[in-house]
Design a protein around this ligand. Sequence first.
Ligand SMILES: Cc1cc2nc3c(=O)[nH]c(=O)nc-3n(C[C@H](O)[C@H](O)[C@H](O)COP(=O)(O)OP(=O)(O)OC[C@H]3O[C@@H](n4cnc5c(N)ncnc54)[C@H](O)[C@@H]3O)c2cc1C
Length: 335
Amino acid sequence: MKPFGYVRATTLQEATEAHAAHPGSRYLGGGTNLVDLMKLGVETPGTLVDISRLPLHAIEELPGGALRIGATARNTDVAAHPLVRARYPALAQALLAGASAQLRNVATTGGNLLQRTRCTYFQDVSKACNKREPGTGCAARDGIHRDHAVLGHSAHCIATHPSDLAVALAALDAGIELYGAGGATRTVAATDFHRLPGDHPEQDTVLRGGEIVTAVLVPAAAPGSVSLYRKARDRASYAFALASIAAVLDLDGDTGRIRRVALAFGGLAHRPWRATTAERALTGAEPTADAFREAAEAELAEARPLRDNAHKVVLARNLACDALGTLHARARRSP
Ligand SMILES: Cc1cc2nc3c(=O)[nH]c(=O)nc-3n(C[C@H](O)[C@H](O)[C@H](O)COP(=O)(O)OP(=O)(O)OC[C@H]3O[C@@H](n4cnc5c(N)ncnc54)[C@H](O)[C@@H]3O)c2cc1C
């Protein structure tokens, strides 16, 4: 491993100043992704700015019922939090579907959202990868790509985003709170936080240089709405999604029709894929198995599978039908 410096920040200002003072530095959360990538030679920061001890661990309810999850809150603590379990099952289930208990005990909320793709060509410095080294090409396109994107990929990159948490946050209309140089703060919608690869696959997110994720803001859950997260993968645990879905359903108590639905797919694209076509088709509709299937198929009509990953489209459709059917049954049982 290449030698690197280490700075432990005690305030946000100290962290952004240290980042600016050491070009090419990286923030360190739990280190479960960054340190692995340093061992592989994919990340070579001159300095690590440790932000894991900043006072950003709190998970708190805001006036009006929204939830604010601090960026250094550990995945285990978020998944086990009573308000998360009671009001946002999709969020708790997404976190518990990720990694292993040991990793979740260390991994932070901010680090989880900013983990890099698991594309094996990105992780192998002997292979061409536009995300790791712009302009070198994409070895995955003609290589082993059964895990790669079917939606929104570009000629430059077919990688997928790996975070399960990010998918749940996209469906829950969460916001990502950021702190940048000079103390500037802004909040970006979770659906806009990660990018499609386009011509610049080296940019995973809309984060500006030196910005820190300080918290995630999850709006109050609508009374009576139900949510879940489903993930299809090669092993029952310790595996990334081939396809996944976060779904939120709210039925009109009088008519039984769908008042509101939110769907986000994981494992299919370079970012969580908010299924707006399916949502439009389902809003106001009767919640039937046919309507669920037709909406999922309309969304996935946009898919452009590669040579070896057309199975993902079928998986995604079936996950959507299963998730919506399950939520419909639950919503009918809720008071
Ligand atoms: C074997 C294995 C299996 C896994 N399976 C899954 C899975 O199925 N699903 C899943 O979602 N994840 C999975 N993970 C990934 C794991 O969840 C991530 O490694 C973890 O969430 C990253 O969090 P961290 O705090 O350790 O991040 P770090 O490794 O510390 O940081 C990751 C990146 O985020 C940046 N960063 C960290 N915090 C901030 C911040 N607050 N603001 C700005 N930048 C920041 C760092 O600079 C770095 O670039 C798996 C990991 C392993 C090793």
